[in-house]
Structures are given as C-alpha cells and as structure tokens.
Design a protein around this ligand. Structure first.
Ligand SMILES: Cc1cc2nc3c(=O)[nH]c(=O)nc-3n(C[C@H](O)[C@H](O)[C@H](O)COP(=O)(O)O)c2cc1C
Length: 209
C-alpha cells in the first residue's frame, strides 16, 4: 500500500478480533518508533511493550475497560522520563560517542547546550517536554502500523497512576504518557469500520503565508 492509501485505511479501531500480530511486523513497528526523532535526540522515554495476556487483562480496568486492550495483540505504553538531569544527559553523550566513534570530550558544547536548556525549565516543564517527545514517537508507531497493515488504536483513555503501578514504572523513573493497542480489526463488529474519515479540510487546516 502507498503511504496515503495506508493512512486512509487506518482508523482508531474500537473492536479487535483477538488475532496475534506477526512478530516481524511488531519488530518493524518498534524499529520505526525507535527511529522517531526527539528534541536534541535525547529520547526521554521508553516504550513498554506488553504482549502478555495476563498483564493486558490487569491493564484493562486502568484503560476504563476498553476492549482493544485484551482483544488486540499488543499494548505499547509510551512512558516518559520523570526527570531530566545531568545523569541522563551524560549517558546520552556517551551513547553518541560510542555509536559515532568520537571522543566524549568533543561533545562538551552540545552537552552544555542541553543542560542549559533544562536549567531554564521547571521540573513540570521538563516533564511536559518529555511527554511531547513521546507523542511524536506515537505518531511514528501509528504510521508504521498502517504501512504494515496492522490496526492500531492510539489511547489517552487510561488512568496514568494505575497504569504506572501495574507496570512498575515509578521504580524505572517513568510515567505513562500515551498508549497504543496493535491488533486486527473485527470488521463484523466494529461500528467504525466503514465510517468516513473526518478531518479538517486542507483549506481550513493549511494557512498559507
Ligand atoms: C492521542 C490520542 C488519544 C486517543 N485516545 C483514544 C482512546 O483512549 N480510545 C479510543 O478508542 N480512541 C482514542 N483515540 C482515537 C481518536 O478518537 C481518533 O484517532 C480520531 O477520532 C480520528 O479518527 P481515526 O484515527 O479513526 O481516523 C485517540 C487518538 C489520539 C491521537
């Protein structure tokens, strides 16, 4: 499928049919998500990939009983960092040094620019910033899923504290930001399966200057 066809095909599925998605498709979606850009490249989040059925059953009440959590095949929780400190920045510098084969010293100015940016933010602003980066990654996952003809429902409809508790995110310095269920649509039982896609028209969306 061409990109725009795939984006027309996808919709936020309300009813999935319980079929497991192929492992290689999940890997592709995860890899596309890993390739999402983020501010400074810092990637201030992890993605929690929940395939285990028991864990998804535990999560369902925290998702206000949305059926896709159990009728889908995988729930991905985008979990942003709770804090951004010198430690995370230093680890990122080391990652660049290792992956690009450069001395960490050569990254001093970049590191100082990142630190400076977060010194100007309150902890709450830093958290909001990290959440925004996680949302961008969600976008990459959604497009990748459509390209792979895997159905996906983005989800904000969950109680974050309950999800954090079930997945033990606090101990990892993370909090749930947004989620995604992957699976296959139950075409016979999803009332949205043939619904026309509603979007703001281009002339309303695009303001040309
Ligand atoms: C960030 C975000 C959170 C959403 N949360 C939910 C959700 O919790 N449950 C749900 O069924 N749909 C959810 N949706 C789906 C939207 O309602 C849907 O994407 C929107 O109406 C556009 O329709 P389409 O994706 O089917 O084209 C969410 C979408 C986004 C982007």
């Amino acid at each position: 499928m061409k990109l725009l066809e795939a984006l027309q095909w996808r919709y936020a599925v309300k009813k999935m049919n319980g079929t497991k998605i192929p492992a290689e498709k999940l890997e592709t979606i995860i890899e596309a998500t890993r390739l999402a850009p983020s501010g400074f490249g810092l990637t201030p989040y992890s993605i929690i990939v929940v395939e285990d059925e028991e864990t998804r059953k535990k999560l369902q009440p925290a998702f206000y009983n949305q059926s896709q959590v159990v009728d889908g095949s995988v729930v991905i929780v985008f979990a942003a960092w709770n804090t951004i400190s010198e430690k995370e920045i230093a680890e990122y510098m080391q990652e660049i040094a290792d992956q690009r084969g450069v001395a960490v010293d050569t990254l001093k100015d970049f590191s100082a620019a990142i630190s400076g940016s977060f010194k100007n933010k309150t902890p709450e602003q830093a958290r909001v910033w990290a959440d925004k980066q996680a949302y961008l990654a969600l976008g990459f996952s959604l497009v990748a899923a459509a390209a792979e003809e895997i159905d996906a429902t983005p989800m904000e409809g969950f109680a974050p504290d309950a999800v954090d508790e079930i997945l033990g995110l606090k101990a990892l310095g993370l909090h749930s930001t947004v989620a995604l269920t992957l699976g296959f649509r139950d075409a016979a039982n999803d009332y949205l399966v043939n619904a026309k896609k509603v979007r703001r028209t281009t002339d309303k969306l695009v303001i040309k200057k």
